[in-house]
Design a protein around this ligand. Structure first.
Ligand code: FAD
Length: 364
């Protein structure tokens, strides 16, 4: 038994080393191009697929890497350090993989999961609308053979990359339904249309669109899960730390640039700022890993806000140290600064918004 655990750990260590090597050798040198060009982003996404890295949290019996929670959080930090766009795009697919892995729909699992690690099948998600209060943006009604969907999905990343996405909709009794839809315009039984990719200042190459859905029939065999009312809020609370690990990776990217600025300019205060921010970041990282297993929600919420705050300050430090050049379209400082913007709002809840703002007003 113990030997089994040890060999799994060795396997994970090897995979993390493969990822780090790929990010440093292939991704980092073209990070500016990946940020701008969907074609380049697609190449590096498929490069992860070639290395079977696209279903890290899916069990090995389904072709995934079987990462533990801790392994996966290390991975998040690593990938966000080298490319925000790749981190953000692939996370949608990894998240779809985890949802399918947890599904009771065996047919769907067999169809999708074995091909997700290699990227032969690529799937996005579109369920953040379930977090919005008031009249549901995306509704579902049970009908013969499945569920009729009607409404809007405000955010789906990965148009032109992913063939399908997992939609989240609200049933009349408040329960949440998740199911597979095509990520391309279709008019069969109902109509699904997409906006053009939005013009975004951060991670524009990830092709984020919104969708309009009219009387679309989601057949029973495409249902991933039906969950009790309010599940999204419960899971946002339970998983409040998760998006914070991308913020930590982004903060580290900012400090990498600060260090390069010091190597170039040899100004001692750059080194001092680097030392002090790195210490703060290391402390926050340590506290976040400790908080995964043993912590109150309130403390986890504070740590998420601290990670966001550090991404903002470290990326701003990168900009300041790079001076006017940071404004160059290809300069990493400008890119990381913009990535901090996205990592500070992705998966945002009202509580995260409030806690982040509290941290900001204390500082100023
Ligand atoms: C570039 C980009 C790509 C994205 N891609 C995806 C994707 O692929 N899939 C996906 O599922 N999501 C995606 N998202 C959504 C992302 O996770 C959301 O940004 C995040 O959940 C915040 O949602 P929102 O910006 O729509 O804000 P909102 O949901 O409008 O607001 C954030 C929080 O404030 C609360 N709130 C909003 N309005 C009110 C109000 N009137 N009163 C009280 N509370 C309120 C909400 O409950 C919510 O908790 C993407 C976002 C961005 C910016």
């Amino acid at each position: 038994m113990q030997l089994g655990i040890k060999s799994e750990q060795n396997q994970t260590t090897k995979i993390l080393a493969t990822i780090e090597n790929y990010l440093q050798e292939v991704v980092a040198p073209q990070a500016a191009q990946i940020d701008r060009s969907p074609e380049t982003l697609k190449q590096v996404l498929l490069g992860m697929g070639d290395r079977s890295l696209l279903a890290l949290r899916v069990a090995q019996s389904f072709g995934g890497a079987g990462f533990t929670e801790i392994d996966y959080r290390h991975f998040q930090i690593l990938i966000a350090r080298y490319s925000g766009a790749l981190a953000f795009l692939q996370t949608q697919h990894q998240s779809a993989g985890s949802m399918l892995a947890a599904s009771n729909n065996q047919e769907l699992k067999q169809h999708y999961l074995p091909h997700m690690s290699t990227g032969k099948v690529l799937v996005g998600v579109g369920f953040s609308q379930l977090r919005r209060p008031g009249n549901p943006l995306m509704k579902a009604q049970e009908v013969e053979g499945g569920y009729r969907l009607e409404g809007k999905v405000p955010w789906i990343t990965g148009w032109g990359f992913f063939d399908n996405f997992i939609i989240g909709a609200t049933l009349p009794d408040g329960r949440e339904i998740y199911g597979i839809l095509p990520l391309q315009q279709q008019e069969t039984e109902g109509l699904i249309t997409f906006s053009s990719p939005m013009e975004l200042i951060a991670m524009n190459s990830t092709n984020t669109v919104s969708a309009n859905i009219e009387k679309w029939l989601l057949p029973n065999n495409q249902v991933v899960a039906i969950k009790p009312a309010g599940s999204i809020h419960k899971s946002s609370k339970k998983n409040v730390l998760h998006h914070g690990f991308y913020a930590l990776g982004c903060a580290q990217a900012g400090l990498d640039i600060l260090e390069i600025s010091y190597q170039k300019k040899r100004l001692s205060f750059l080194q001092e700022s680097h030392r002090s921010l790195q210490q703060e970041l290391d402390n926050c990282r340590q506290a976040m890993f400790a908080a995964i297993t043993d912590c109150t929600y309130q403390k986890q919420l504070q740590l998420r806000a601290s990670a966001i705050n550090l991404a903002g300050r470290c990326s701003q430090a990168a900009v300041i140290s790079a001076s006017g050049a940071a404004n160059d379209r290809d300069h990493p400082a400008g890119r990381v600064y913009r990535e901090a913007l996205l990592f500070s709002v992705s998966g945002q809840t009202t509580a995260v918004m409030e806690e982040t703002l509290k941290g900001l007003s204390k500082i100023s």
